[in-house]
Design a protein around this ligand. Structure first.
Ligand code: BES
Ligand code: MN
Ligand code: MN
Length: 465
């Protein structure tokens, strides 16, 4: 029987060229100027699923961008794997920081990727990783090695919070019914240390608007005599952390899950090179919440970050002005048991209380989602672990991740499924940043590994009965 590795070797160039075509479409869900491109991408994914061997594929309309649904049901009595991914991408800005245009994919060799990496927006997050599943399906179907049923749900609004997807999941519980959900939209430690993501953080995203005087003022005539919203906003933001970098919002930590010292000791075993971490980012020191390690700060601890701040004059030269308004976008990463809507309320109350007389504060909630943790004693996790062991020659390390995928906790709630996060990206892939890329070695390794997940999952499920 042919192995996935052999099949990949025979179809290497085509697998790459198909991904390149997908990456050329600017499916930026956040920017309505690209809405037609987002819709076109759904059609390319639809076609790819048909060609890979799904026997039923459809484009499902939502109040936002469509969901591409595909399935291959070989025997209703067999277990079903639901694959989720997203075909939308983040805006590529700032464009001038890209070495090559974000939607003109190029292959380049780097120190970290001697076999080459593909540079384009979405290369790793998530077109490249999602497409590994399409090609893994192709291998299994063409070689008669699909051991169970498979369903695909590929959406186009993940990067804007998956707000319309919840409705779709709630309305299609029977259709989406599965025994495990498989997602490649996260990362791993390295080639040498494969890892499986066992948790995602939740998110609360808000925008704040401060208004002082009703118009922009001459800063000489009025400066010092009226509240300057930009001065005040920066003061208020600074007050959101104390000297130990704890968040000061009243009640913020009340429900935070504290890990036992055993769990923290287990986490500390994961390889981590502080010097490499700093030098890759050109920083001379790390920074964060007192009492926690870097790996804890970016996974099991909640955080608050300003994502953008603006107001006043930012054009060429100087303009002496006190702006009427100041704005910021703020995200809070949350951990298990923190409820994102409750945190949004706590933030709002606290932030409003920080404002002195003379300014008005408006907090506009955007989107959010809950945190998620995958247990490792499930068949799904064990099958994934064995799959990595087969193709990497090493048992993967379970590791909690810092990012968020809002649909994941909803899947668990609505479909009562466990979610397996088989990510093949690296932190250095620069997702959401200029020069996003995905190593070709990882792309092909993902396609090679995924069929083993199906094999072991089907075998272990059969033993279970
Ligand atoms: N794929 C990422 C999430 C991710 C990346 C998790 C790496 C773990 C490791 C996803 O596309 C993403 O960017 N999510 C957003 C969610 C938001 C837009 C609602 C995030 O985490 O900022
Ligand atoms: Mn993603
Ligand atoms: Mn993303």
């Amino acid at each position: 029987m042919q192995s996935s590795k052999e099949y990949i070797n025979q179809h290497k160039d085509r697998f790459l060229n198909e991904l390149i075509e997908l990456l050329k479409i600017p499916s930026i869900s956040a920017d309505s100027a690209f809405s037609q491109d987002v819709i076109n991408t759904a059609e390319v994914v639809e076609k790819a699923l048909i060609e890979a061997g799904c026997d039923h594929v459809e484009i499902c309309e939502t109040d936002g961008y469509p969901i591409v649904y595909g399935e291959k049901i070989i025997d209703p009595k067999l277990p079903t794997v639901l694959v989720y991914g997203h075909y939308d991408v983040q805006p590529p800005d700032p464009l001038d920081l890209w070495d090559s245009p974000p939607f003109e994919p190029v292959i380049k060799k780097t120190d970290e990727h001697p076999d080459g990496a593909i540079f384009a927006r979405g290369a790793s997050d998530d077109k490249g990783q999602m497409y590994m599943h399409v090609k893994a399906l192709e291998f299994m179907v063409k070689n008669d090695q699909l051991p169970c049923n498979v369903k695909f749900m590929i959406e186009g609004e993940e990067e804007v919070g998956s707000v319309n997807i919840a409705q779709y999941v709630a309305n299609n519980k029977e259709k989406l019914k599965n025994d495990v959900i498989l997602i490649s939209d996260t990362g791993m430690i390295s080639k040498e240390y494969p890892s499986i993501t066992t948790g995602l953080r939740g998110l609360s995203y808000v925008e704040v608007e401060l208004t002082g005087p009703n118009r922009d003022l001459h800063s000489g005539l009025y400066g010092g005599a009226v509240a300057n919203p930009i001065n005040i906003l920066t003061k208020m933001i600074a007050a959101l952390h104390d000297e130990n970098n704890h968040i000061t919002i009243t009640g913020f930590y009340d429900k935070v899950e504290e890990l036992s010292s055993e769990e923290r000791a287990e986490m500390a075993k994961a390889p981590f090179d502080l010097d490499a971490y700093q030098s890759i980012l050109d920083i001379d020191s790390i920074y964060g919440e007192k009492g926690y390690t870097t790996n804890e700060r970016n996974s099991i601890r909640p955080t608050l970050d300003v994502n953008g701040i603006w107001g006043g004059y930012i054009g060429e030269g100087a303009k002496t002005v006190i702006a009427s308004k100041a704005y910021a976008k703020i995200s809070m990463r949350l951990v298990p048991n923190q409820d994102w809507e409750e945190i949004t309320d706590l933030f709002t109350t606290h932030f409003e209380s920080l404002a002195p007389k003379g300014v008005q504060v408006k907090v506009i909630p955007h989107h959010g989602g809950q945190a998620y943790v995958t247990p490792i004693d499930t068949i799904g996790y064990q099958a994934a672990s064995k799959a990595y062991e087969t193709t990497f020659g090493k048992v993967p390390i379970p590791q909690r991740g810092g990012g968020s995928i809002p649909i994941v906790p909803l899947f668990e709630k609505e479909l009562d499924s466990k979610i397996i996060l088989m990510g093949f990206g690296l932190d250095s892939n620069a997702i959401h940043s200029p020069n996003e890329h995905f190593g070709l070695w990882f792309y092909y390794k993902g396609i090679e590994t995924i069929p083993y997940f199906y094999k072991y999952f089907a075998e272990m499920m059969a033993q279970e009965l």
